[in-house]
Write a protein that binds this ligand. Sequence first.
Ligand code: MN
Ligand code: MN
Length: 470
Amino acid sequence: MEKDTRKLKKEMINVWDALGAEKKDALEFCEEYKGFLDQCKTEREAALHIVKQAEAAGFRPLEDYMKKGDRLKAGDKIYANFKDKNVILFIIGENAPEEGFLFIGSHIDAPRLDLKQSPLYEDTKMSFFKTHYYGGIKKYQWITTPLAIHGVIIKENGEKINISIGEDPGDPVFFITDLLPHLSKEINAKKIDEAIQGEMLNVLIGSIPYEDKEEKERFKYNILMLLNEKYGIIEEDFYSSELEIVPAGKARDVGFDRSMVGGYAHDDRVCAYTSLKAIFDLKNISKSVAAVFADKEEIGSVGDTSMSSMFFENFIYEIINLSAEGNKDLISRRALQNSKFLSADVNAAVDPNFQNTHDKYNASYLGEGVAVTKYSGVRGKSSSHDAHAEFMAEIRGLFNREGIIWQAGELGKVDLGGGGTIAYIPAVYGMDVIDCGIALLSMHSPCEIASKGDIYMMYKAFKAFYQSGL
Ligand code: MN
Ligand code: MN
C-alpha cells in the first residue's frame, strides 16, 4: 500500500502554485493597495483614510449612536476615530455579545524620523531640520535617499495645518547627506550602527540666504520666511507640531514578473489594508467582528493612542451599553474574555543574503503565505505572547478548510534577539490571541518588500476568520 506522505508531512506550498486562476485577482488586489501605501505615509493619514473608506462602506460614528440613543442591532456598522491616530471598525453580529467577538488588530504607525521640537538651524551656509528617530531603524538606510515631510502643525489657537511635501512630481524633496568614499577611511572602520549616529540624521532643507544682511542667521531666517509665507507659521509653532520625515515617492512593482511590491511601511499597513478590505466584504456574520488600527506599536504600544490605551476597552463598553440589556459591566467582561483576536503584524522573511539569522525550519518565507506565529518574545520567550495551542489548532483548521496557505513564523534564531507586537495587550482580558501576518524582506527599511501573493492570501485569511464565527 502506498503511503500518502503529503498527509504525514506538513507541506510547504508556494502561494503562486496555490492561487492558480486567482493569480490575476492577487495582482489586481495589490494595485489599490499600492495607492493605500502612497496616500497613508503617517498614522494620521492612515486613520483618516480608513475613516473615509469606512463611511463610504456604511459605517457610522459611535458618537452618532450615543447622541441619538439609538440601539445597536445585528448588521449595524460602527466606527470610532480616536484622535485621528487610532480607529476601530465594528459590525454587530447575530450572536449574543457574551459569546465574544472576532478581532483583527493591526498598527498604522511605522518607523520614521520625527522632527525635534526645535528642529530648524543653519550651519556652513545651509539650513537643516534636526530629527529624532521613531521605532527601530538602521540609521544608514535613511541617508542619500529622497525624503518627504508629512504631518501637522497645531497653532496656539488650535488651528491645524496639514503638511505634505515631497510626493508630487513638482514638489521638492529632502536629503540627509553622506561622506564621500575618498574621505571615509575613519568612518568605514566603525561599526555599522556607530558610523551614522542619531544626531547626524539632519535633513538638508535649503541654501539661499535671506536678503537682509543685517539678519544674523540668514539661511535659517530665509526658511522661516518661506514657511511663514506658505503656512503662516512662526518658529515656535514647531513646538506643537508632529512632522514626520518619511521616504518620498510611491510604492512600486518589483521584479520582471511584478510579483512583489516595494514600498514604505508594509509594516504594518499591509495588515491594516487587508483587514480593512476583509471587514468591508463580509456577509451575514454570526459573531460581531471588529478591526482595530492602533498607533505607537513601533515604540512599544505605549501612550494614549496605542493598543494599551483604555480607548479599546471603553469602545467595547459603549458598544455593549448600546446593544445589550442587563448587567452591562459583566456582559462586557464576558464578551472580552470570550473573544478571539488576530494580532495582525508582519514577520521577517528569510533573506538568502543573511540566512544564518533564522532557524530555517521555523522561519517564514516570502511567497509561502500567511505566517502564523504561536509565540514571540526574546531569548527564553521573555516578554512573549504564547498563544493557546487549542486556539492555534482552531486557526490552523480554519485556514486548511478555506485553502489559506500558511506557515510558521518564528522571528529569528532563539538567542539572537526577537520581538513582539500587540498580542499580549488584548490577551490581558483572557481572550485567545495569536500573531498572524506576512513575511517581508528588508523589514523596517525605507523600502520593504512584500509578495503580492502573500498580501492577497492575508486578505483571504482575514475574511475567512471574520466569516468563520469561530
Ligand atoms: Mn509591525
Ligand atoms: Mn515594526
